[in-house]
Design a protein around this ligand. Structure first.
Ligand code: ADP
Ligand code: XUL
Length: 595
């Protein structure tokens, strides 16, 4: 029987599973969608919108999703008896509250009965606050005041205070519901709650260290809970949060009896620590230091892998999600932008008759082709108040003299619309991509002092990502990818899979695949072999190439399973000369916004 590995992903809207081979081929996937498969919880997009910015989901919806996901897996005849290891991914920041009865209920589950009919009293709080919640502004202020402001909080915990982060969420819960808080025995993140359910051995499993960095509570460099913030919450906050799991590939338990007897899992199937959805995506791409990911979804997200800790109020620094207890620490940084695809789509609808083809044609007709084609227009589309720059809002468009140096930015002409409509498409794309170029450079630049706001001027030779992976809806757009390669001055790659005798874009779910990789790595280590996560994944990819009979990777492949989809052209050299210019214009837009 072929050994298999399972990854689960409890995201905002669904619970998904990916089944992987020993060499990390994705064999099968399936999903439960909360709105449609569990309509009685009455969620929209997986959540319920309450008053005063509250956004949450019912905790029992996640439990029942487990019931129907495993029923579906059984109906599809997945060979669960061959699964050697499993790990889970969970939406970040969201928290789960266990009651005093949790331990005995979890260790006495009846395999003949569904989880949803047994576990309701295991939770002290019936809801899971969602990452879209914005009800904790007061608590965020209290967090920052406690340690001396946003820069200080970022330095300690990797991020300034954010409403969605778990620490402020817990504090608000305690203030509003002190009795229920007192009745709570343990607090998990969604990722560690999944790990706990998978083991069902009575123990509430530790929070994963990478995911803990999304809480505003974890002292990232010291690798411990920040005592001053635990004191702010008070009343045994440290005991409720428990020990953090610092070895991302450790066996934290085995799959519970409930899964073994009800579905036929092997009792030997090892469970590894779950992690957050963004750390899991990071793992699916095995990002090495100085590589990045740009996800062009509803919002845009930039992930940058670094060997050093770079806390900054604009970004989130996370511990690497697959470090063994003895490996030297490394990190990744995440920047989240609200005005991603929605802003691009708005410009497309306004000026290009809702057609990406027309939008793309406009970009292609105007984009720089030579080092001398310096961009001279910029457009900042902050339709929603953005996260980065903090609270930036409004639309700002500028035209500068084509050869304008930094000192002439003051003379930039502010316009409501560009004289030629075609410029609207190029200007929004360039400004978004310059943003990712500029801020990722700051993170990569060793000379920048951590925790200083990233207004530090860039050196002449601007550090750049050594390669960037593109994902999300807009990564289907070749013009956007090609412009990305120019503005970021680097290769743009995608994951590909070999089937039907050709390479096709990988369509699997990155989060559940990323944690299945982690389970595979952890299992290898549990067999007594010391190997790093990256080496193990590389080894599996090489095995795949050999099995395919490939002499060497085909020329269109960067390496096994990774294809270059765009490379910087001549225009890249023009953009290289304009990063400082763009920064000065962003600065100008922000100062005019505040007038
Ligand atoms: P989500 O954040 O919901 O996961 P997706 O990653 O599916 O979102 O991305 C959805 C967005 O992708 C849409 O808002 C749409 O504007 C954008 N998109 C889809 N196709 C294209 C395209 N060809 N060019 C540019 N953007 C696109
Ligand atoms: C990241 C964030 C979301 C959630 C849900 O900070 O809030 O990406 O992880 O996907």
């Amino acid at each position: 029987m072929e050994p298999l590995y399972l990854g689960l992903d409890a995201s905002t809207q669904s619970l998904k599973a990916s089944l992987l081979s020993e060499n990390l081929d994705v064999r099968a996937e399936c999903a439960i969608h909360f709105d449609t498969d569990l309509p009685h919880y009455k969620t929209k997009g997986g959540v319920i919108f309450g008053e005063n910015g509250q956004v949450y989901s019912p905790v029992m919806m996640l439990v029942e999703a487990f019931d129907i996901l495993f029923d579906k897996i059984k109906a599809r005849n997945w060979d669960v008896a061959s699964i050697k290891g499993v790990a889970g991914s969970g939406q970040q920041h969201a928290s789960v509250y266990w009651s005093n009865q949790a331990s005995s209920l979890l260790s006495n589950l009846d395999p003949k009965t569904r989880l949803v009919d047994q576990l309701s009293p295991a939770f002290s709080r019936s809801i899971v606050p969602n990452w879209q919640d914005s009800s904790t502004s007061k608590e965020c202020q209290d967090f920052q005041t406690t340690v001396g402001g946003p820069v200080a909080l970022a330095k300690i915990t990797g991020s300034r205070a954010h409403e969605r982060f778990t620490g402020p969420q817990i504090l608000r819960f305690k203030r509003n519901h002190p009795d229920t808080y007192r009745e709570t025995s343990r607090i998990s993140l969604v990722s560690s709650a999944i790990t706990t359910l998978l083991c069902s051995d009575g123990g509430v499993k530790g929070i994963d260290e990478s995911d803990a960095c999304g809480m505003n509570l974890w002292n990232v460099e010291g690798r411990h809970w920040e005592q001053s913030l635990l004191d702010l919450i008070g009343e045994d906050a440290g005991e409720k949060l428990g020990e953090v799991e610092k070895d991302a590939g450790k066996v934290v338990g085995h799959i519970g009896k409930w899964f073994v007897e009800r579905y036929g899992f092997s009792p030997e199937c090892a469970v590894f620590p779950g992690t957050g959805d963004n750390p899991a995506t990071f793992l699916s791409l095995t990002l090495a230091p100085s590589e990045g990911l740009i996800s062009l979804g509803t919002s845009d997200v930039v992930l940058v892998s670094t060997a050093r800790y770079f806390p900054n109020p604009e970004s989130h620094a996370f511990f690497h999600p697959a470090r063994g207890a003895n490996d030297s620490p490394s990190y990744f940084n995440m920047i989240v932008y609200k005005n991603g695809s929605l802003a691009r789509q708005h410009v497309r609808d306004l000026y290009f008759e809702q057609s990406w083809d027309k939008f793309n044609a406009a970009v292609e007709s105007l984009r720089p082709q030579a080092v001398t084609d310096l961009p001279n227009k910029a457009a900042f589309w902050w339709l929603l108040p953005d996260i980065v720059p903090h609270n930036a809002h409004g639309v700002f468009k500028y035209i500068t003299d084509p050869s304008a140096g930094l000192f002439e930015i003051g003379a930039a002409q502010k316009v409501d619309a560009f004289p030629d409509v075609s410029s609207e498409a190029l200007a929004i794309l360039e400004s978004q991509l310059f943003n990712y170029r500029s801020r990722s450079s700051t993170i990569l630049d060793d000379s920048n002092t951590p925790a200083e706001p990233s207004t530090a001027s860039l050196p002449d030779n601007i550090p750049r990502l050594t390669r960037v992976y593109a994902t999300g809806g807009a990564s289907a757009n070749k013009t956007i990818l090609s412009l990305m390669a120019d503005v970021l001055s680097t290769k743009v790659c995608r994951n590909v899979e070999f089937y039907d005798n050709q390479w096709k874009d990988a369509m699997w779910n990155a989060c559940s695949v990323g944690v299945a990789y982690k389970a595979r790595w952890g299992y290898e280590r549990s067999q007594g072999r010391e190997i790093t996560f990256d080496d193990l994944v590389a080894e599996c990819r090489n095995n795949r190439a050999k099995l395919r009979g490939a002499e060497e990777p085909s020329i269109s492949l960067e390496e096994e399973g990774i294809r270059v989809v765009a490379e910087p052209g001549e225009g890249a050299r023009a953009y290289e000369r304009r990063v400082d210019w763009w920064r000065a214009l962003e600065h100008k837009a922000l100062s005019e916004m505040n007038k």
